[in-house]
Design a protein around this ligand. Structure first.
Ligand SMILES: [Zn+2]
Length: 1001
């Protein structure tokens, strides 16, 4: 994988982790952290390492232990914290000087087998032999990172062994380089008469990445602003330069960069440090001598005057307004990121400048109506040795480039004169406070990403973690000098000559020209070949194919057994009580670290058909348009000051036992510190009772941003769009899923964004509101600590009493409503009823669609209607999907087909999907799907294969769940722990016979 640039608000977003992923987080006590503080002393020697620092970081409930390895100089940072989801990572400083993609190809190739584990693709193989909660590798601009996490100690040792061997003792065979990097091969490798073409996983991955205009723009900002050294090249590889990389260069790059003297090890969690150090020393470091790695990035020479550049890109046919697709940004070079406090100050300053509707750049640029959204990577970027700040617009007309530049300059002058409102600074510091307390499931991963860049340039990672003292220092600076921030703006923006203006405009011939360049490159390579070379290429192509088709012996890899899996899940206690008369509220007591999580679900059953396509837009703008006495700016201010965010999103929830039955509604979610609960509930009450749907200009701004975001998201999520589309006609819920989140929605938003008169759309919002924002069909859920519960009960009750109720009962639009009681459990006296809709006359109708998208790669999906969650066949199909992915589709689609990814997956709603991702083929992939199904029917797999598939399914089933999300399945899907346990037992019981049986149905 390759990551370019990084996003605005890095600090906050990183620490927050990825909220979408479910991960396991257990907050018991501070024991691991306390133990570490008492246990380690500076100067102490442990397994070849010496402790250099032991620091308590109470704001993150952890103890940091810094060590260095005596004979190689390798550095190690351990963060002891009472978290079962332990993480390891090793990071190398990789600073390429050309765009041949050496670090990226290397990142892929080291995973093709190592001395102790000579089998191909140990990561993918380990996915089936482990209960890992995360395994991956990233190539950033100047480092390569290999992280994994798991909750199981034996698994940790297994994975550590595989990771160390892959990084330090990889085989790096020539054929691996061919497969993962690039190669010349006949279009049909078996037929030497077919033309020679470029193939290779990284080659295709980067071709895909380069079709993403946002990413391309970010890359150009970085390389033009920092032109002196490694940042001027593409670490992931430019598709036109990748074919210049040789196998020998790759091996050389490994020898000089993947060395302990150039490595930083990181461990996190509650497993003992000694064990980690012993294993790292014995299996890797003890076999090396210290070297001097020449990987340091020198400081960028500052410019004496600003620079400007123009680039072109392919037009985006999904975005609104084809004549207004120019992007422009202005960027400023900032100080070295190892100056921790200055970096902290500048990242806060950057949030004040660009975040939310109250920020000066939002007002000046977004509300100017000149463009659709900010330019990519807007804000503070701290992923390079010297940080930088960018601001600009995308979706503008070419003639407005100068206007945007003038607006940027004028806004900066304005800030230097007026400064920032105190309330906005308070809101930002509140945000840091709540993010520190909000427990994400992948906290270890968030921490390793957060410190990676600074540590990479020998900054102090522990200083970086001390957020509490940085906030205190920041407050002190503001007190001592009220113009503290204004002076920074003057110094780093106004008076900074190292300033880059970059613009990008669409060129209709762009893709054609790129193709032409690739063809020329190919011609040049092919013309230089002798007949012997050609013969060799043909033979190597066959050899590669043979190697890929060979059954692999993976017995060398360590593995957990099915018996290592916990037979039972821990049950989560939830209680349901009625509030304000008859609204059910689910209470789930959790160690939430003082944060309160409030959610509500409202049914869409009475909403007329013609309003449904507008529900996602309604949800998107509901909490952003103002309410009661608050205009949209004041509302945004209150949301930032009092909550961790208010959100609404449409949901289609399939039933666990009937494929044609589902629940439809909108989920409202929010969280806050306990002192702010009354304020947060008051905001919800105002939004529900007095929403404002009049701010037409602001509505237009939001519409444009939503449409732009949707369109920008398609390249990354093409396989999901393809899957939703393919499943559309297979179950009644499918159609609604397409309406809410499929290509239909992308196209609708494009149409709305292009409308000259937006009032007719705005007028639909109050109509939707009537059906949605009342407590007719409503339920709530709360996750909080036991001490907070009585306060929460009162607040929720008060909130519900303010809600309106329809005078007469509204008729559901859909005639067939099934009332389903929520599961009964111990201590649950008043179960609530969910109103699902069903369609007894529904006939699934398989059909084919092809979308022409402006990318040179494909996303292919095929869906099959199967069995719902509660059916035993569902368990078999879940194992089968994993089995087909690991044993068949991965080889066919990725290794042989050259796609970035592919596999099979079963949705909760019983739709079985075969898919590919960034795929150079389409009809061949559909053939592979058919072959995979035949393979499954034939039953040509072993008990070992089945056990591996089970491990990998359980790794997902047992993924950690944050305290904020416990009990959510019960609340949304009515899924009880008993039902989950029953499903678990079905998964354990799946046999060879069951798998063949479901394949044949
Ligand atoms: Zn990659």
């Amino acid at each position: 994988m390759w990551r370019s640039g990084c996003r605005a608000g890095v600090l906050l977003r990183r620490l927050n982790g990825r909220s979408a992923s479910l991960g396991a987080w257990r907050w018991a006590s501070t024991t691991a952290c306390e133990r570490a503080l008492l246990r380690y002393r500076v100067g102490e020697k442990i397994h070849g390492f010496t402790v250099s620092q032991v620091t308590s970081v109470p704001e993150l409930s952890l103890t940091a232990v810094k060590l260095s390895h005596d004979s190689t100089g390798a550095q190690h940072l351990h963060l002891a914290r009472e978290d079962r989801n332990n993480l390891f990572s090793v990071q190398f400083r990789t600073t390429p000087m050309d765009s041949s993609g050496a670090p990226h190809v290397l990142e892929h190739t080291v995973l093709c087998g190592s001395q102790r584990y000579p089998c191909r693709d140990p990561f993918f193989k380990m996915l089936n032999r482990s209960l890992s909660t995360f395994m991956n590798a990233f190539t950033a601009s100047d480092y390569t990172l290999y992280p994994f996490s798991t909750q199981n100690p034996k698994d940790f040792r297994n994975l550590l062994s595989v990771y160390l061997d892959a990084a330090f003792f990889p085989c790096l065979r020539e054929l691996d380089f061919w497969q993962e990097g690039w190669r010349l091969e006949h279009e049909d490798p078996n037929d030497p008469q077919t033309p020679l073409v470029f193939k290779g996983v990284v080659f295709n991955e980067m071709k895909g990445a380069f079709t993403d205009n946002e990413r391309m723009f970010s890359q150009h900002v970085q390389s033009h602003l920092l032109p002196d050294h490694t940042y001027s090249v593409v670490s992931g590889g430019d598709p036109l330069c990748i074919p210049d990389l040789t196998w020998e260069q790759l091996r050389q790059f490994h020898a000089t960069h993947y060395h302990p003297s150039n490595a930083r090890f990181f461990t996190y969690g509650n497993f003992p440090l000694e064990q980690h150090l012993k294993q790292i020393h014995e299996e890797a470091l003890s076999k090396f001598q210290r070297i001097k790695p020449h990987t340091t990035v020198p400081a960028q020479k500052p410019w004496d005057k600003p620079r400007e550049f123009q680039i072109t890109c392919a037009p985006d046919s999904l975005a609104a307004g084809s004549s207004e697709q120019t992007t422009i940004s202005v960027s400023f070079l900032l100080p070295d990121i190892t100056d921790t406090f200055e970096a902290f100050t500048l990242s806060l300053l950057s949030s004040l400048l660009i975040s939310g509707p109250n920020s000066p750049f939002y007002k000046a640029l977004i509300e100017s109506g000149l463009g659709t959204d900010f330019s990519p990577d807007v804000g503070y970027n701290g992923c390079t040795r010297e940080a930088y700040f960018s601001v600009g617009l995308q979706g503008i007309a070419e003639k407005d480039i100068q206007t945007v530049q003038d607006l940027v300059d004028r806004t900066l002058d304005d800030i230097i004169e007026k400064g920032f409102e105190d309330d906005r600074i308070e809101a930002l510091l509140h945000k840091i406070e709540i993010q520190m307390k909000h427990q994400s499931v992948s906290f270890g991963l968030a921490l390793t990403s957060y410190i990676a860049s600074c540590w990479n340039h020998d900054g102090d990672p522990v200083e970086l973690l001390k957020l509490g003292s940085q906030v205190a220092q920041f407050r002190k600076c503001l007190e001592e000098n009220p113009k503290f921030l204004q002076e920074k703006v003057k110094q780093y923006f106004k008076n900074n000559q190292h300033k880059l203006t970059l613009s990008m405009k669409p060129d209709d011939k762009y893709s054609e020209k790129q193709m032409q360049l690739e063809t020329e490159k190919l011609k040049q390579k092919v013309n230089s070949l002798s007949p012997e070379d050609k013969q060799q290429i043909y033979e190597k192509g066959l050899e590669l194919q043979a190697q890929q088709s060979q059954p692999q012996d993976v017995s060398c890899l360590p593995a957990l057994k099915v018996s290592d899996i916990e037979p039972r899940i821990p049950f989560t206690d939830v209680e349901v009580a009625l509030a304000a008369g008859d609204t059910p509220v689910q209470y789930c007591t959790q160690p939430t670290n003082g944060v309160i999580y409030f959610r509500a679900f409202s049914s869409l059953n009475t909403l007329p058909e013609e309003l449904r396509p507008y529900v996602p837009l309604f949800c998107n703008v509901l909490t952003k348009l103002g309410c009661g006495a608050l205009d949209y700016r004041e509302l945004a201010q209150q949301v930032d000051l009092k909550t961790g965010g208010l959100a609404a999103a449409p949901h289609v929830l399939p039933d666990d036992s009937h494929l044609d039955t589902y629940e439809q509604g909108v989920l409202f979610s929010s969280f806050c510190l306990d002192r702010n609960l009354p304020d947060m509930m008051h905001l919800w009450s105002e939004i529900f009772n007095n929403p404002c749907f009049e701010a037409e200009e602001h509505f237009r701004v939001l519409v444009k941003m939503t449409a732009q975001e949707l369109s920008n998201g398609v390249p990354d999520a093409g396989h999901l769009y393809a899957s939703i589309r393919a499943g559309r006609t297979l179950a009644p819920a499918g159609h609604l899923q397409e309406t809410f989140g499929g290509m239909d929605q992308v196209r609708l938003m494009k149409r709305i964004a292009e409308m000259t008169d937006i009032k007719p759309i705005l007028r639909k919002l109050p109509l939707i509101r009537k059906h949605l924002l009342n407590c007719d069909n409503f339920r709530c859920s709360v996750n909080a600590t036991p001490q907070q519960m009585s306060q929460v009960e009162n607040s929720v009750d008060n909130f519900l009493r303010t809600l309106s109720r329809s005078k007469k009962e509204r008729k559901p639009v859909h005639p067939h409503v099934v009332e389903k009681p929520a599961p009964k459990g111990p201590g649950r006296h008043s179960p609530f009823t969910r109103k699902l809709v069903t369609d007894p006359t529904f006939k699934p109708c398989p059909m084919k669609t092809h979308f022409q998208l402006p990318f040179p790669v494909n996303y292919v999906a095929e869906c099959i209607r199967t069995a719902p969650y509660a059916a035993p066949a569902h368990a078999s199909l879940k194992i089968l999907a994993r089995l087909m992915t690991a044993k068949c589709l991965h080889t066919e689609i990725r290794e042989k087909g050259g796609a970035y990814g592919g596999g099979a997956r079963l949705s909760y709603g019983g739709i079985f999907t075969l898919y590919s991702y960034r795929d150079p083929h389409s009809t061949e992939t559909l053939q592979s799907f058919l072959r995979a199904i035949d393979w499954a029917k034939s039953g040509r797999f072993t008990q070992q294969d089945i056990n591996e598939a089970k491990l990998s399914v359980f790794a997902a089933v047992d993924a950690p769940v944050a305290p904020s999300d416990k009990g959510l399945d019960c609340f949304l899907y009515g899924l009880s722990d008993e039902a989950k346990q029953a499903h678990r037992e079905q998964l354990f019981a799946v046999s060879h016979e069951d798998l063949v049986d479901v394949s044949n149905r």
